[in-house]
Design a protein around this ligand. Sequence first.
Ligand code: GLY
Length: 285
Amino acid sequence: MVIVVHGGAGRVAPELEEAVLEGVAAARDRGWRVLAGGGSAVEAAVAAVAYLEDHPLFNAGTGSALNRQGFVEADAAVMDGATLGFGGVAGVRDVKNPIRLAREVLDAEPVLLAGEGASLFARERGIPAYDPAALVTERALERWREARRRKVRGSGTVGAVALDARGRLAAATSTGGLVDKPVGRVGDTPLVGAGTYAEAGLGAASATGEGEYLARALVAFRAVAGLAELGPEAAARRALERARTLGGEGGLILLATDGRFAAVHTSPQMSHAWRSPKGEGAALS
Ligand code: GLY
């Protein structure tokens, strides 16, 4: 069994480093508890990501980056490597935990639900409407104002990859997207193989960073496919280099079917945490 989580690419202010590391470690522990209790890789990855969605310091769920009009439009996805099942949601405005909605989509026929349709589906599945204003934190507002003043676009995203006791692999990712993004913009996170991918016999990957470039490079799929010939570190690096040649920075967590894993980034920093039978840790590298 293995779980690896990330708390997003991008620079972390020194005064927040400790809290960010505690956050990814706690998310890892949530996921590990599911695995240790006999739960599936999908449920473990979703539990880890849901924890980070509820943590206001991370760009997903509560605390998400705000779009150009100052509200949250969330993207999330989960993929089950055993079945190649995929559940994605995009541009969701009124759900507390978008990853739990993506988990519901995984069990339904569509691969990706967007906007109003995603909200309707949430209600059908018993996920209540959540006040969009409650997703907006003071910190996210500050970052949004700063982004608009300086015309810069911070990113960040959270994700998890897991290998369960039965050898099944899963990947889950959730994000508010880029700060000050156009209304309706969808990033790499909920697109199959772009920000989220898992395939039995190969591996599972969750990406973070500049979605337009990560999507065009299909980084998550590229990294997982690369495991057929390379180790996790080299496969992740090669996938991210492809995005960099297009002009974008980011990070990846990549878990191979044999339990080896890597956390690699071309962005200035990325927080991550891991646990396997060999040990556990958390790092901001
Ligand atoms: N990587 C997250 C996004 O660009 O939306």
